[in-house]
Design a protein around this ligand. Sequence first.
Ligand code: NAD
Length: 319
Amino acid sequence: MKEKILVTGSCGQLGTELVAGLRDLYGESAVVASDLFEPKNEAFPAGPFEVLNVLDKKALTDAVVRIKPTQIYHLAAILSAAAEKNPTLAWDVNIAGHMHVLDVARDSGGMVKKVYAPSSIAVFGPNTPRESTPQHTITDPSTVYGITKLVDERLADYYFKNYGLDVRSIRYPGLISYKTPPGGGTTDYAVDIFHKVVADRKFTSFLKPDSALPMMYMPDAIRATLELMDAPAEKLNIRSAYNLTAMSFTPAELADEIRNQFGDFEMNYAPDFRQAIADSWPASIDDSAARNDWGWNPAFGLSEMVADMLLNISKGQPA
Ligand SMILES: NC(=O)c1ccc[n+]([C@@H]2O[C@H](COP(=O)([O-])OP(=O)(O)OC[C@H]3O[C@@H](n4cnc5c(N)ncnc54)[C@H](O)[C@@H]3O)[C@@H](O)[C@H]2O)c1
C-alpha cells in the first residue's frame, strides 16, 4: 500500500530528523510536515509543509480530509521544563491535542491505519524503582509533563482496546542531537554541553555531577521509531508505550568522556529547578519488552555518541 504521512509538531528536536527519515523511506511528497509555524531551521528537510495547530480540531480534521494520511506521527508537545513554567498550556497541548489526533484517526473510516504518539521516561516518579526501571511498575510522576504523558499512554491503550486504533508509542529517554536545539527538557544539558565545549571549552551543568539519566542518540531514536512503526501489529504487546534505552550517564561521566578529546574542558555545576525533575526520573531503563517484541537493539553507546556529536558540531563551527 502507498503510504501518506502527516507529522504534527515537526519543527522540533525530534521532528526535524524524523521527517527526514520518513522522507528517505517513503519519498519527499508522501510526508506532509506541520507545526505552529513555518520551519526556521536550515536543517529542516525540503518538502510539503502546513501550518497546523493541534488544538484546533477542525483545522486538524480538515487537514486529514485533504491530505488523506495513512499514518500520523503526532509529535506536538510541551516538554518537561517548559511545561513546569506553563502547566495549563502543557495540559491543553499534551492531552487535548493528543485526543484530537486519536479522535480524528478513529473517525477517519479506516483511512488512518496507524498513529505514533511518543511518551517519555517522565511518566515515572519518585516511588518508581530507579535502576533498570521495569516496563510495568509504579508510575507516579511529579511533573505536569509526566502527568500529561501518563494520561496520553492510558488514552492510547484505551483507543486501541475500545476502538481498534493501531496506536504505537515509545517512552523516549533524553534525546541527544546536533541538528536542532532541544525544546525545553530536563536532559537538554547533554546537548548544550557539546556546543559550549567546541565554542569555549567551558560548561555549567544545571544538574549535579552524579545525576544519572537514561539517554539515546538521535539516529537510534529515529531508527527505533521507524522499526516500531514497521513491526507487525500482532507482535506488539504494549499499546501504552514501550520502555526504550541506549545508555545511561551522569554529567561527570559525560565530561570525562569529552575530556578524552578536549583535555582542557572545564565543567562547573549550578543545579536549578530541573535537578528535582531529574531526581524523580529513572537512572536506567529495562527495555527488554521492546527487544523481545520488535527486536530493538541500540547502536550508539556513550563513547560512540560523544565522538559523533563532537565531530559534527566541530564541522559547524567557524574556524
Ligand atoms: N526531546 C526529548 O528528549 C524527548 C524525550 C522524551 C519524549 N519526547 C517526546 O517526543 C515528542 C517530540 O519532542 P521534541 O523533542 O521534538 O519537542 P520540541 O519541543 O523540540 O518540539 C515540539 C514541537 O511541537 C510544536 N507545538 C507545540 N504546540 C503545538 C500545537 N499546539 N500544535 C502544533 N504544534 C505544536 C512546537 O512548535 C515544536 O516545534 C514529544 O511528544 C515529546 O514529549 C522528547
